[in-house]
Structure formats: C-alpha cells, structure tokens
Design a protein around this ligand. Structure first.
Ligand code: SAH
Ligand code: SF4
Length: 331
C-alpha cells in the first residue's frame, strides 16, 4: 500500500515517462479487476435549484444569472424509459439541493423507474437519515455524494455553512443503509495541496467506496472562484491512476469534467484506471442551464446524438460497452 508521502511524491513529480508507466500499471490493474467492459451510468440532471452556496459551483443560490428549471416526474420517467431502451442499465438522478423537491413524490418516481429493471443512483446532496432511509425503501440502489476535499478548512471555506464531518457522517449513514456508495473529489481547488489529495485517496480506500468520481475543478465565471488557476489533465489522470492502484476493484468513472478539459480526456482516463462513463441524458432544452462549470461537453445535444458518439469513443480504444447493471464489485 502506498503511503501518503509516496502518493504526494508521485503527484508532484513532473517526469512524463514515469507518468506513462503509472497509467500503464493502473490500466493493467483496471483490466485485472474490472475487465474490458465499460459501464454506462445515464445521468438525468432533473433540477438546477440549489439552497447551497458552494463557492465553486455555478448552481449556487447566489448565482442570479442562471435560469432555473425542475423537470416534472413524468418527463424524468420517460427519459428513464428511453435509457432502458438504449440498454443503459443505471439511471443517475442528480440535482442541486432543491428545497422544493418533495421526497414522497420523488420516492414514488423511484418506484416507477425501478420497474424498468435498472439500477437507480440518487445524487441530491445532504439529506436527513430519515430521508435517505425513505429513498432506500423506495428502491434506490446507490447514492453518490462526493466529499470534494478532505481538507476540513478548505471544505468549510468552499461550502459555507457546511462541514466535512457532516459530509462524512452522511456517507456513513448511506453505508449503514446498504446503499452502494459513490464519493469523490475535485482536483485543483485553490489552496488544495498534493498532500491533501494524497490524503483524499487514502480516505477513498478507508471508506470502502463502491465508486469514486474524480474530476478537475473548472472555474465558473459567475462564482467567487472565477479566474482561479486551471488544473492540467495530467495531474487529474495521475489521481485516477493512483486511486485505481489503492482501491483495487472500485468503479471509477472517466468523468464528464475530464472530457470537458480535453477533447479525448475521457478516453485517456479510461486508459489510466477508469472503467465507467456517465452519458448525459438530460433533455437538450434543459442542459445548458445545468451549468455547474463552463465548457461542459455535449451541451445542446440530445442523448440520441450523444450515445453513438460515446460508443465510438469507447470502441476506439478497444473496449466494450457493458449491457449489465455494473453493480459494486465489493459486495
Ligand atoms: N448538489 C449535489 C449534486 C450535484 S453537484 C452535490 O453537491 O452533491 C455534483 C458535483 O459537481 C459536485 O459533487 C462537485 O464535485 C461537482 N462540481 C461542482 N462545481 C464544479 C466545478 N466548478 N468544476 C468541476 N466540478 C464541479
Ligand atoms: Fe448545490 Fe451541489 Fe452546486 Fe453545491 S455543488 S451549489 S450543493 S449543486
């Protein structure tokens, strides 16, 4: 097992040859643990309303330049049906922390989506234990809640009114309720150090996460972090590769954010330890308003256009698209 010091040493090292061998080793481990299948998680961004004010995010409540939307449950169900028809066996329901959303109605929707024989992942931020339990009882299989950074001081600064310990408590509740739990971080937050990222990676392993999402922080012009320095793809790929080495059989997505800072960022991530891709199924007319960060790929396209492109990309690097649910490999 790599130590924190060894991990931060790898992240700091600028040697391109060493990085290439790191990616090759992570790719080998990815094949050994997960095979050549790439799992698709279709994501529906059903509401961009948010009561939080995260300094990094375009959906923060103080961003008054954003047109807000909320998809009706019927429309979410119909998108889920088309996902199933396209052989996508996981639907991810993601939103801001929408104060208007009604947990009872949402649970009813989950029940209907479950009838399609797909896995349902929920990603709606921090809730009470009771609400998480209701989601589980309604049939949700998985929950995605990134802890973003394990530096408690940075966390508090970037997520005003929130604490890292509460975030970790939510993750513990989700585990206790037997969700398959996904978490992750952003790489390149202002003030984040290599030591702190090394600590994040060790926490991934400690938490026994089923899925780990790693994305670059991309500064948004309508937030207080506009004008922050952008992180290079190479560093993000190294975090992906080391995460594969440390966590073994966790599912690791080649995130949309990675694909947004480099035209073939996702392909590169898939060759540096990742084994999952999350196609955006949000109908085109809402997409541009789910403006978490600028330059997001595929805005303006519907899933009908996105999916063939994604298949081609996956096949271009000699990989297969899985038609299974791709449940946790840690169960
Ligand atoms: N509201 C929920 C889920 C939606 S946000 C939550 O916060 O958990 C989904 C993810 O977007 C966050 O976990 C964060 O990692 C990412 N994100 C937010 N702002 C970003 C930015 N500027 N660049 C890259 N990723 C960002
Ligand atoms: Fe809201 Fe999530 Fe964005 Fe924070 S990261 S402002 S909780 S949508």
């Amino acid at each position: 097992m790599l130590s924190r010091q060894e991990i931060s040493g790898i992240l700091r090292n600028k040697d391109k040859g060493k990085a290439r061998s790191l990616f090759a080793e992570a790719d080998r481990l990815r094949r050994q643990y997960t095979g050549d299948d790439v799992h698709l998680r279709g994501i529906i961004e059903f509401s961009n309303h948010c009561r939080q004010d995260c300094l990094y995010c375009g959906l923060r409540r103080s961003n008054k330049n954003l047109i807000r939307y909320r998809m009706p449950p019927k429309e979410i169900l119909s998108v889920s049906k088309s996902a199933r028809r396209a052989d996508i066996r996981t639907v991810v329901l993601q939103s801001g922390e929408d104060p208007q959303y009604n947990i009872g109605e949402f649970c009813g929707l989950i029940g209907k989506i479950k009838k399609l024989d797909v896995a349902v992942t929920v990603c709606i931020g921090e809730c009470s234990y009771a609400d998480y339990r209701r989601l589980k009882e309604a049939g949700a299989d998985r929950y995605l809640l990134k802890f973003e950074t394990s530096d408690a001081v940075l966390y508090k600064k970037f997520r005003p009114g929130n604490t890292l310990s509460r975030r970790l408590e939510c993750l513990a509740w989700l585990k206790k309720l037997k969700f398959q739990v996904g978490s992750g971080i952003m790489v390149g937050l202002p003030g984040q150090t290599f030591e702190s990222i090394a600590g994040d990676i060790l926490i991934f392993e400690k938490l026994g996460l089923d899925m780990i999402g790693i994305g670059p922080f991309i500064p948004h012009p309508d937030t207080p972090l506009a004008g922050s320095k952008r992180i290079d793809l190479g560093t993000v790929l190294k975090v992906v590769a080391i995460t594969r080495m440390v966590t073994g059989n966790a599912h690791i997505p080649a995130t949309t954010a990675v694909g947004s800072i480099d035209a073939v960022g996702r392909e590169k991530a898939l060759q540096a330890g990742a084994n999952v891709v999350m196609p955006d199924l949000t109908p085109a007319r809402y997409r541009r308003y789910y403006d978490i960060y600028p330059g997001k790929i595929c805005v303006g396209e519907d899933a009908e256009e996105c999916l063939p492109c994604l298949y081609r990309r996956i096949q271009s690097i000699g990989r297969r698209v899985s038609v299974t649910r791709g449940d946790s490999l840690k169960l």
